[in-house]
Design a protein around this ligand. Sequence first.
Ligand code: AHR
Length: 680
Amino acid sequence: MIFFAYLKLNLQNMRNFKNKRIYYLVSLILILSLCNIAVLNVQAQIPKHKSTNPAKKISPHLFGLFFEDINYAADGGLYAEMVQNRSFEYNPTERREWLPLSYWEYLSPGFSYGRISVETAAPLHLNNPHYIVLDVEHVGHEEKHTGESGVGIENLGFDNMIIKAGENYNFSIFARQLSETPISLTISLQAPRGKVLAEDKITIDSKNWKQYNNSFTTTESNDSTALVILATTEGKFALDVVSLFPEKTFKNRPNGLRADLAQVLADMKPAFVRFPGGCLVHGDGLGNMYRWKNTIGPIEQRVEQRNIWGYHQTGGLGYYEYFQFCEDIGAKPLPVLPAAVSCQNSGGTWRIGGTGQKALPMEEMDEYIQEVLDLIEWANGSVNSTWGAKRAAAGHPTPFNLEFVGIGNEDKITPEFQERFKMIYNAVKAKHPEITIIGTSGPFHSGEDYEKGWQFATDIEVPMVDEHYYTQPEWLISNQYRYDTYDRNKAQVYLGEYASWGNKLKNAIAEALYMTALERNGDVVQMASYAPLLAKNNFTQWKTDMIFFDNNNICLTPNYYVQQLFSLHQGDYYYDNIIQKDVRDSTLAASCVQDSKTGNIMLKLVNVGNTAKAMKINLSPFKKFIPAAEQIILAGDAAVENTLENPKNIIPIKSSINVSKNFEYSAPAMSLTVIRIKTK
Ligand code: AHR
């Protein structure tokens, strides 16, 4: 308006300006303000939203974790099993070069000889069809420098095994004696060149499959240890499920999790954990869908399979372990089950011949729906119920208190999907009205599947919808008001997967800015989780991740610290208008929440710009706060990231700050500040 008035004035009356200097000054001011408006319009559309002052109830479980077995997050990662291909189930459908003996070496030191074969007749369990047979024909003389002789195998684990001095390692194996006399085995942990770090012996003395166990302690640490199994008597025997675990798993759970990795997740105090994916859930074709029943019970009875991300999944980290982990860290479990359709990229849509989404045949739907209902009984049912009894038998008689179940993962919204989703949804709703079912809306923040997914969810009244989007940091800045205009009468939102493309500080701070908006909209956004969570160095399929690791080290990215700061400082009430900033500056954002249990007030102030900027804080709605507050700042150079070699380039710095009813805070360039204020 001002611009058009000015133009008119300019054209008609230019000659009337007596004082040219005033004319140029007015022109300059108007042009500058016009540029400013244009820039801001590009950056973020600010909607008119009602002030919620003084307080609005928001989700008490807004920030949690998304765990997917991608990037070797489970086997070789969080799951503490040290033996790779423990059940000889690797095969070429996973990697062209993989075979049942992959990651195993045949050994025959001291001029011993024999034969090794892979067999399937009379396996340990039908779910675990392959095992090996060793036929020791001759045990030679002890080798000079290692003192070894015999026939056997060795395993180097996932890129070598790490052994720590003074710690215990639990070994177990299933074996069956196939010749007439018992077989003696020497089990050892060996450093390179055959240096024995720990050793023990077992005798295979049963003609039926039997489990044998040992425990090792070493006095020396070693980063390239191998597990060596050598038969020192002649004869024939079968072996399967060769396992080695550190005794010190997270919370010392048997078949447990790598303690250091699990700890950094626990340190986030996530409100929930979603598992087991991601695309892993709906799988590469129907036969590859993640079926939860295949992942419970004794490990030798679990169904191993190809992971959609191109490696192997033992199911050792299965539903029982996921639920147990959630309980151990005080997070709500959020299992996501397939909606009876496979991933739309099945067979690889990028290649000619990809099959696309496949749907379970209708005649299999009753059984599939029962599988979904059984999960709820398994998690929450009494020990007298069929599935509750299985949970109890696994060691957990008390229920796991399941509240949420996701159905489908960013599926293509086809009629086949809709039909099946509706069948599952109706059955769960009828039998378990206490469970919140989460629907899905495609892999993007907008577009066909997003629109159709939301329309479908609205039509059938799904209570919550899962949204996924990976974007540029600029998108997060310009779309920070996305949820302010969401219809509060429709489904609530679970932002199940999101991240900006990158692990630099600027990516993390853009995410922080967006997260203040999630808090502001915590009445409609019920849950949010960054994705993916874990990535093993050199074994990644997805570049931008929250935590990188190798067998020894962990690198927490700036994105991790942002997630952690929001997670540790969650509240259940949102206060508007506490923090004043230049509303036209979309590189600044802030939020104020309060935790009604502790009374603590948490301010989050974000500056994604390149210079420090001031914000004004007015704490007058809070009557009795303590001025001595805690302040945590994550700041630095926009382009810096943490690496496994230099994991501390960017870390949050804690200090104290004195707050008053009205104070000004200068938010450093490229920063997130959390101020935690106690109340009396
Ligand atoms: O997080 C990585 C992948 O991104 C997930 O498996 C999938 O759901 C999404 O497309």
